[in-house]
Design a protein around this ligand. Structure first.
Ligand SMILES: [Mg+2]
Length: 216
């Protein structure tokens, strides 16, 4: 049995994290409008791309440059804030991760960047996983790589948990035998609706644990 897990909005209360993150900008005199204006306004984001990447540093640099603000103190405060990331791990995560072997658990997070890396590192959850992968592609690619590297066969029970329908669709399209679990927390940021690519839908990891144990 193997479990592939997503980070943001599945293990991590990203919505709450963002609320507190934004407060730091306010404290440094940066308005909501300015914050929003440059939110995705840097490379590699393009206007029409569906899965945009939020990266803290270029966002702050862009604000500094375009608005003529010294952002060095803001950057320092963000660093300190990132150090508190373990506060935002959902409370049902530890019981869930403790129920599966480290060797059977994989974390796959969308977008490869320093901000996400720091969030994951400071959250303290990495130690529960055999591998922690950050990817700029849809997740069927890292799933494929892990299955090859670790010799995971079709007859193995594999569960893929995510809060994003496009990731579920992509994995299910490539690997029909993988069981997809759509995590739809009330605290999540996205109001996705389950489609026929989702084998299961859960409100939290307590429910997900039951489903996995029952179906593996
Ligand atoms: Mg997510």
């Amino acid at each position: 049995m193997k479990v592939f897990l997503d980070f943001d909005d599945v293990l991590f209360n990203t919505k709450k994290f963002v609320v507190d993150y934004k407060k730091i900008f306010r404290l440094h005199g940066i308005s909501e409008d300015v914050y929003k204006k440059y939110y995705y306004d840097y490379l590699p984001n393009k206007k029409n791309s569906k899965l945009k990447k939020y990266i803290s540093e270029p966002h702050i640099d862009k604000i500094g440059k375009e608005e003529g603000i010294d952002v060095s103190a803001l950057k320092q405060d963000i660093e300190v804030f990132l150090g508190t990331a373990s506060k935002y791990v959902f409370s049902d995560v530890y019981d869930f991760l403790g129920s599966f072997k480290k060797n059977d658990s994989y974390l796959i997070s969308y977008s490869k960047n320093k901000f996400l890396e720091s969030k994951i590192k400071n959250s303290g959850v990495a130690k529960y996983f055999k591998k922690v992968v950050m990817t700029d592609s849809l997740k069927s690619l890292p799933v494929r790589d892990i299955m090859r590297e670790d010799n995971i066969k079709k007859d193995e029970q594999v569960f893929f948990l995510d809060d994003r329908i496009e990731q579920i669709d992509d994995v299910k399209k490539h690997y029909k035998w993988i069981k997809t679990v759509f995590i739809n927390r009330k605290e999540g940021r996205y109001q996705n609706i389950a489609d026929d690519m989702c084998d299961f839908e859960c409100k939290n990891l307590k429910q997900a644990k039951k489903i996995i144990l029952k179906n593996s």
